[in-house]
Design a protein around this ligand. Structure first.
Ligand SMILES: [Zn+2]
Length: 582
C-alpha cells in the first residue's frame, strides 16, 4: 500500500515536471513576463521531451549578437520547408516581442507550444512557427518604461540595441533583426502571419483588439476571404471564449465615441511588409490597462483560434494564396500611397467607458478621464476605407546598377528573381529625374525620410549599364515588394528612406568667368540652343534680367552638365527588349 502511494506520488511529480510550467505561470500573481534567458531555457526542455514534433532553428543575428530563435511545431515531424510545401500544408508564422514592453505573445506562445504538444493538439495540415522573442536587444534592457500600462511588473524596452523601433524597420532593414526575420519569412513562406502586441490609447472594456490587413491594401482575393470568413470567425470564437474583440482603437478625435479609424499598415510595419508577400496578416493589440494574465490568456486564445480556423480552411487558404500569387504576377498597376476616405464608414457596436474632463490635481487645468463606473455600449463610426492616392504601372523590368548593393542584398533575401547583364550595355529605357521632394527636418528611425516626391519622367533615355548589373522582371509573385520599394514616390520606397541620397548632390559646376567665354563659343556653334534661350527669355522675365541665370541655363542644356544629377539610377525597361543575360 505504501509502495503504491509512493508510486502515485512519483507519477504526480513526474506529471508536474512534464507540464513544464512557464515563468509566467509559476509566478504567484501572474504579473510576470519571462526574461530572454528564461525563454531560451524553456524551449529546449520541450524539444527534449517532444523531439519529433518541435524543433528550434537559429537565424542570423540580432543587433545584440544573439541569433533569432524560431520554434517550429509539426505534427508529422517534417521540418523541411520544401517538403511542407510539397505536402500542401499551410504555414503560420507568429512573431513575439517586437515591442518587448508588450510581451503577452512571448508568454502565451510558451504555454501554447507546450499545450499543442502535450495535449496532442497539433494540427494535421498546418505547421506553426513562433519567433520566440524578436527584439532580444530590447528585452535585455528590462525596466518599467511603459508607465501607463497595467503589468507585467517589469519588461523590456521598445528600442533595440540601436534604439530602433523594429516595427518600422521592414523596408529599410537597418537592424540585423530585420534581416534575420526576412530569412525566416522567405524560408518558411507562411500563408498567415500574426504579430502580437499591446495597445496604448483610450480606455474601453475590451481586453483584445485586432488589426487585420487593411482590406483596400490587401490582394482582393485574400481581402475577401479575410473580411468575410476568417476575421468574422475569429471574432466569433474569441467572443465565445470570453474575449470579445473590436477593431484596434484609433480614435478619429480624442475619444473612441467620436469614431475609430482602421490602421493603415504601410510597408515599414511587419504586416505592411508581409502583405507585399500576399500573406494574410493580423496584429493583436491587447488593452494596456487590463491585468497582465488576462492579456496573456486572450493572446493565447487568439492564437489557438487562428490555428484552428487555418486547419479548418487549410485547403482554401492554400488555393487562395496560389491564385493571389498568380494574379499579382499579372497585375499591371500598383498603389503606392493611400488616404483614408472620410466619407465612408460603417456603424459598429462599441463597449466603452464614458469619457469626461475634470480639473487636474497637478495643474488645475482640465484633464481627460474615463469613468469605469459608467460603461456604455454604443454604435460608433468605423472608418475602414482607404483610397490609393498614387499608382504606378510596372515596367517590363527594372534595371538596378550593382552599385546599389544593399538593395541587391535585400532582394536576394526576399527571393526576388534577378538576372545579370552579360556585357556592358547601353539601354534605351525610361528614367526618372527627381524634380522635387520634401524631407523631414529631424531624423525618423535613423533616416531623414523623404516625402512628396515629384518626378520628371524621361522616355527613351540612353543609359549605360555594366556587366553584372541586375535585371528584375516584374512577372513575380513578389511584384508588390519590387514595385512598392523601387518606385520612388512610394510612401516607404527605398528612395523615401534615403537609399539614393547620393544622387541628390551635384558633383561638378563651373567658374563663371571661365565659362562665360566657353558658353559664348558653344552658343555660336549651336544656334538651336541660342534660339531656345531667346524663346525662354521671352517667356521668363527673371531669366531675361539675370546674367548668371542665363549662364546656368546654357550650362544645364549643354553636354558639360552632368546628366546623372538627380537621376534615379534604377531604370524602367518598358518594352520586351532582348537582353544578353548571364
Ligand atoms: Zn506594439
Amino acid at each position: 500500500m505504501k509502495k503504491m502511494l509512493l508510486l502515485i506520488g512519483l507519477s504526480l511529480f513526474a506529471g508536474r515536471l512534464q507540464a513544464q510550467l512557464t515563468p509566467f505561470e509559476l509566478s504567484k500573481d501572474k504579473n510576470y513576463t519571462a526574461t530572454y534567458a528564461e525563454v531560451m531555457a524553456y524551449y529546449p526542455k520541450l524539444v527534449k521531451q517532444y523531439p519529433q514534433q518541435v524543433k528550434l532553428f537559429n537565424y542570423g543575428s540580432t543587433d545584440v549578437g544573439k541569433p533569432l530563435t524560431l520554434v517550429v511545431v509539426s505534427k508529422s515531424g517534417d521540418f523541411d520547408p520544401a517538403k511542407i510545401k510539397q505536402q500542401n500544408k499551410r504555414v503560420i508564422l507568429i512573431n513575439n516581442g517586437i515591442h518587448p514592453g508588450e510581451p503577452e505573445g512571448i508568454d502565451a506562445s510558451m504555454m501554447l507550444v507546450r499545450d499543442l504538444l502535450q495535449k496532442k493538439k497539433l494540427p494535421n495540415d498546418v505547421l506553426v512557427c513562433f519567433i520566440a522573442l524578436y527584439n532580444i536587444d530590447g528585452s535585455l534592457n528590462r525596466g518599467v518604461s511603459r508607465i501607463s500600462q497595467n503589468g507585467p511588473r517589469a519588461y523590456g524596452f521598445r528600442g533595440n540595441y540601436r534604439n530602433l523601433d523594429l516595427n518600422r524597420d521592414f523596408i529599410k532593414a537597418d537592424s540585423r533583426n530585420a534581416l534575420a526575420f526576412m530569412q525566416i519569412l522567405n524560408t518558411w513562406q507562411p500563408d498567415v502571419f500574426l504579430d502580437n502586441h499591446a495597445s496604448n490609447g483610450a480606455d474601453y472594456q475590451y481586453v483584445m483588439t485586432l488589426i487585420e490587413t487593411q482590406k483596400d491594401k490587401q490582394q482582393p482575393l485574400l481581402a475577401e476571404y479575410t473580411a468575410k470568413t476568417l476575421s468574422p470567425e475569429l471574432y466569433k470564437r474569441m467572443a465565445k471564449s470570453g474575449y470579445e474583440m473590436v477593431p484596434y482603437v484609433e480614435s478619429i478625435k480624442r475619444t473612441p465615441d467620436s469614431g475609430i479609424v482602421a490602421f493603415l499598415e504601410t510597408p515599414r510595419f511587419s504586416t505592411g511588409y508581409t502583405v507585399q508577400h500576399n500573406i494574410i496578416s493580423y496584429v493583436t493589440e491587447t488593452h494596456m490597462l487590463k491585468p497582465y494574465d488576462k492579456k496573456v490568456y486572450a493572446t493565447y486564445d487568439f492564437m489557438q483560434h487562428l490555428i484552428d480556423v487555418c486547419q479548418r480552411d487549410a485547403r482554401q487558404i492554400g488555393e487562395l494564396k496560389q491564385r493571389a500569387d498568380e494574379q499579382v504576377k499579372q497585375q499591371k498597376t500598383f498603389a503606392l500611397n493611400w488616404d483614408l476616405d472620410e466619407q465612408q464608414f460603417e456603424m459598429i457596436s462599441f463597449k466603452g467607458y464614458q469619457a469626461g474632463y475634470k480639473p487636474s490635481d497637478i495643474s488645475g487645468f482640465n484633464r481627460l478621464y474615463y469613468d469605469r463606473s459608467k460603461p456604455y455600449t454604443k454604435e460608433i463610426k468605423y472608418y475602414n476605407t482607404y483610397k490609393p492616392t498614387l499608382t504606378a504601372d510596372k515596367p517590363v523590368a527594372y534595371i538596378i546598377p550593382q552599385a546599389w548593393g544593399k538593395i541587391i542584398d535585400l532582394f536576394k533575401l526576399n527571393k526576388v528573381a534577378m538576372r545579370r547583364l552579360k556585357h556592358d550595355t547601353t539601354l534605351t529605357l525610361q528614367t526618372y529625374y527627381i524634380a522635387d521632394y520634401k524631407t523631414g527636418a529631424r531624423p525618423y528611425e535613423g533616416h531623414y525620410l523623404h516625402n512628396s516626391v515629384k518626378l520628371n519622367t524621361i522616355n527613351d533615355n540612353r543609359v549605360k549599364f555594366y556587366e553584372g548589373d541586375y535585371v528584375v522582371y516584374t512577372n513575380q509573385a513578389i511584384n508588390r515588394y519590387i514595385v512598392e520599394t523601387l518606385e520612388p514616390q512610394g510612401v516607404d520606397s527605398f528612395f523615401a528612406w534615403g537609399f539614393f541620397d547620393s544622387m541628390l548632390n551635384q558633383k561638378e559646376h563651373y567658374s563663371d568667368y571661365v565659362f562665360e567665354d566657353i558658353a559664348f563659343d558653344y552658343l555660336k556653334k549651336h544656334p538651336e540652343l541660342q534660339k531656345q534661350l531667346d524663346d525662354e527669355k521671352a517667356k521668363n522675365p527673371q531669366l531675361a534680367q539675370s546674367g548668371p541665370a542665363q549662364l546656368e541655363y546654357i550650362y544645364r542644356n549643354s553636354p558639360f552638365y552632368e546628366n546623372t544629377y538627380m537621376r534615379y539610377p534604377v531604370g524602367r525597361l518598358l518594352t520586351n527588349t532582348q537582353l544578353d543575360l548571364q
